[in-house]
Design a protein around this ligand. Sequence first.
Ligand SMILES: Nc1nc2c(c(=O)[nH]1)N[C@H]1C(S)=C(S)[C@@H](COP(=O)(O)OP(=O)(O)OC[C@H]3O[C@@H](n4cnc5c(=O)[nH]c(N)nc54)[C@H](O)[C@@H]3O)O[C@H]1N2
Ligand SMILES: Nc1nc2c(c(=O)[nH]1)N[C@H]1C(S)=C(S)[C@@H](COP(=O)(O)OP(=O)(O)OC[C@H]3O[C@@H](n4cnc5c(=O)[nH]c(N)nc54)[C@H](O)[C@@H]3O)O[C@H]1N2
Ligand code: SF4
Ligand SMILES: [Mo]
Length: 840
Amino acid sequence: MSETKSPHAGLTRRSFLKTTAAVAGAAAVGEAVTPNLTALAADTRSGETPEEQVFYSACGGNCGGPSCRMKGIVREGKLVQVKPVSDYNAAHPEFKTGCVKGQTNPQRLYGTKRVLYPLKRAGERGAGEWERISWDEAITLLTDKMKAAQEQYGDSAIAFWHSYVGSGILNHATSYMPMKPRGGTSVSLERFVKKTGATVMTPAADLCYMWMNNLTGYSTYSAPASEVLNSKTILLWGINPVGASRDMWHFVRKAKENGATLITIDPRFQLSAAQSDLYLPVRPATDGYLALALCNHIIDNDWVDWDFLANESVAPFLRKEDGTLLHLSDLGMEPEEGPVDAATGKPKAIDAEVVYDEAAGEFGSANKISDPAVRGSFEVGGFKVQTVFDYVVSRIKEYTVEKAAEVCDVPAEKIEEVARLYATAKPAGIATYQGCGHYYNSRHVYKNFMLLASLTGNLGKKGTYAYLEHLQEHTEVGSPAGGTTSTVDLIKVDDAKQGVAVTGQYLPEIMESGKFGGKDLPIKVVYVMQGNPLACDSGRQALIEAIKKLDFFCVADPHMSDTARYADLVLPIALTWEKEDAAGGYALFEKAVEPAGECKTDMDVFRMLADKMGFPDLYDKTDEEYLRAALDTPFNKANGFTYDDYKEKGFIAKFPEDMAPAAAASGAATAKKRAVFYIEKPYAKDDNGRVLDMDIERAPYFEEPLEASVNSPEHEKYPLFGFSVHEIYHAQSVLVDIPWMNELRPEPRIEINEDAARDRGIKQGDTVRVFNDRGFVVCKAVVTKGIRPDCILLPHGWQTDDFIAGHSTDLTRVDMDPITGNSAYNEILCEVELYDGGAE
Ligand SMILES: Nc1nc2c(c(=O)[nH]1)N[C@H]1C(S)=C(S)[C@@H](COP(=O)(O)OP(=O)(O)OC[C@H]3O[C@@H](n4cnc5c(=O)[nH]c(N)nc54)[C@H](O)[C@@H]3O)O[C@H]1N2
Ligand SMILES: Nc1nc2c(c(=O)[nH]1)N[C@H]1C(S)=C(S)[C@@H](COP(=O)(O)OP(=O)(O)OC[C@H]3O[C@@H](n4cnc5c(=O)[nH]c(N)nc54)[C@H](O)[C@@H]3O)O[C@H]1N2
Ligand code: SF4
Ligand SMILES: [Mo]
C-alpha cells in the first residue's frame, strides 16, 4: 500500500494525493478499461495528484453487519478506486477489513445493470419491457396507487418490504426486527410508516438466531472474533469464516497456530474445514440431534460444570407440572425490588424464580440463594416441582451418541471426541451462524447449544462464546454507546400510527386470504427497498404468484434486480458513495460522487412521497440536520466523532481505550444473569395465529426437518439434500455484472460429490439440471470429494440472467419457521441429471 501515514498525521481532509505520472494515465473504472485482477490488486494510484480526491464511506455489501469501511478515490467526478481503510490505530493491526468484493465498488456504480431513470412497465409483468418516465410522473403514479389503496382498504393496504443491505440512519430500512412492537431506526422509512400506518414487511433471513437470542439470551454470550485467541477448543459449527466472515478467519488461524483445537461441523468440506483438526461431515438439518447427543455424553461422563449450572443457568429453577416455573408469587412471597424503572422512577417489582436451598432446607428467590439444588423433585406450596435440569435430562435421554451416529451420519467415536474436547479442553467456544439457521427446525439448535455450553460452563468467561461478533461492526469503534439509539428522537412523529409488521415471506399467504393471523390484512401496493426477494428469499415461484395478485408493485433499487424485473415501476436509487449518511451515533459515510443518471437516494424518494401524499412537513429537517442530530451526541462530542469532526477528517479511528470512559460503559449490552436452555414463555415473532406446542418449544429438542430428511416422503424420489452457502466471491445478490468478480467466479455452479456424479454420469464441468417438484436450475457442475455424497451445493446470490435456465431459488420452499420467521432456505430435496439442452 502506498499510504503508510495516518490521515491524522498532518494530512487534512479532502487532501489531494500526489500521483505518479504513470498512474495519471490509468483510465477510470466504469469506462471501457481492461478489467483484470492485476489492475485491482496493484495500488495503481500510489502517488498524489491534484486531480484526485479521497472520500471515506463503506463497501455497501450485505455482509451481516454495517459493512466494511472503505476509502474511495474520485477523479473527474467518477469513483475510480475503492480500497480498505488501512489507517487504523497502529496498536490495533487486527482491524483489517475489506475484501476483494468491496474493491469492486466502482464497477458496481457504473455497471451495465444500473437503473438510471424511473422505469414504468410496458409489457407483461416480468417481461423486461420498460418505458422511461420522469420522477414527477413516477411519484404521481405511485402515490395515486397508494392513496387509492388506503382509501378503499385502509392504512395497512400499502406495504414496504425491506431487507438488510447497507446501513445509515437516513436511507436504510434495517430495523430491530426481533423487537415487538417493531422498532425501526431509519428516518426515511420509519417516519413515513408512522405517518401513514403502512405495513412493514420484514426480512426472513438471519431471524432464527436473533429471535432465539430474544428468547434465550443466546447472543448476549457473544464475544468479538478476537476472543478465539483465548480458547483451547473452537467449534466452527454451521459457519464458514474463510468464505463468509472474512474478518474472523485470521483470528481463528492464529488461535490454531497457538495450539487451539479447531473442529468443523459441516456437510461440506469447506475452506475452514480444510484447516481444522477434526471435521464432522454432518447430515444437513441434524445438528440439533448432534448437540443433544454431545450433552448426554458429557452428562454420562460427569464432565459437568455444576457450579455454572447452579449459579449461572436456569438449571436449578423449579418446573411445575404445567411446564411453567415456580415463582415467588406461587408461594405467596412478596416480589423483589429490582433496578429503578426509568419511566416511573421507582424500582421494578420482580416475581423471581424460586430455587431450593439444600443447605438450609428452604425454598426462596433464585437471586438470593447461592449454590441451589440442581437436581431433585419436590412438593412445595401445593405444587409438584422438579428442577429444570432434571426435567431436561429426562427429556433428552433418547438422543444417544449411538443414535446420533445414525441420524447425523457421523461416526460415534468422532461425536465422543468432540464432546470430550469441548467439555474438558476448556475454555471452549461455539462459533455458529447461518449453517444452523436455515432449516425449519433450526430454532431448537440454538436452544440446544445453550444447554451444551451451560453444562460445560463454556459461557460468560474468557475464551468462551456462543456467537462471534463481526469485526466490521466495530471497525470504527467510535461508539459503544452511540449506536442507533441516538436516532430515537429523529423518528418521533406526531399522531403516529402503529401499523402491522409482518415477515415479508408471508405474502403468498396474505394474498391468498387477505388476512394474517386471522385479522384482515388486505395488502394491495408493495414497495420493495434494500432487498431482492425474488433472488434471495425462498419460495420464489410462490412469491411471484403472490406479486402478480398485487394492484401495484414498485421496486426501488440501484440495479435491475430479479425483483425489479417484476415491478410495475422501478425507481433508480443512489448507491453508497453517491450519498451522505451515517451509522447512527458514529461513522459518517461520505458522498464522493453525484448519483449516476437520475438516481436519487431512498431519503429523497420518501421526501417526494410525503409531499405527494399530503404530508409536506413530515421530514422536518434537512439531511444534514438529521445527520448532525444523530452524530452530535454528548458521547461523540467528548470523543471527537461529531459531524464536523468527520467532515474534517473523513475517517476517525479510535478504540475504547482511547475514549472517554464514562460513555464507553453506557449502552453496553448487559449479559443475562443466567443462561436459558428452558424457555418458560416462548412466543412467536409474528402474530401468525399458530398455536405453539409448549412442550416442544420450551425444552431442548430435536424436531424432524420439514423436507430435508431421509424420513421425508419425498426422499425416495429426490434423494439429494440441496443447500446453499454465502459464497466467498458473492455478497448476496449485489455483485451483479461486475467484470472483476466475473474473473473469479464467471458463472454459478453446483457442487456434487464424485460418487453421486459418477452414478449419474456427470463429469467435471458438465452442464446439469437440478430439479424438484417446485422448480429447476441449469448450470455447470463442479465434481468434488468435498461435499457429502447425499448433498448438492446450490448457488446463492445469483440472478436469472446468470443461469443457463431456471433459478436456484425456484427449488426452495416458501415455508418458514413459524416461530422465528426464518426462511427454511435449505429445506430442499432434489435430483440432478445431465442437461440435454432440451425444452423445459
Ligand atoms: N462472501 C460473503 N460473505 C458474507 C455474505 C455473503 O453473501 N458473501 N453474507 C453475509 C451474511 S448476510 C450472513 S447471514 C453470513 C452467513 O455466514 P455463514 O453462516 O458463515 O455462511 P453460510 O455459508 O451460509 O453457512 C455456513 C456453513 O454452514 C454449512 N451448512 C449448511 N447446512 C448445514 C447444516 O445443516 N449443518 C451444519 N452444521 N452446517 C451447515 C455450509 O456448508 C457453510 O459452510 O455471511 C455474511 N458474509
Ligand atoms: N438460498 C438461499 N437464500 C438465502 C440465503 C442463503 O444462504 N441461501 N441467505 C439469506 C440471508 S442470510 C440474507 S441476509 C438474505 C439477503 O437477501 P437480500 O437482502 O434480499 O439480498 P441483497 O442481495 O443484499 O439485496 C439487496 C438489494 O438491494 C439493492 N440495494 C443496494 N443498495 C441499496 C440502497 O441503498 N437502496 C435500495 N433501495 N436498494 C439497495 C441491491 O441492488 C439488491 O438488489 O438472503 C437470504 N437468502
Ligand atoms: S463484501 Fe463484505 S467483507 Fe468484503 S468489503 Fe464488502 S462488507 Fe467487507
Ligand atoms: Mo444474512
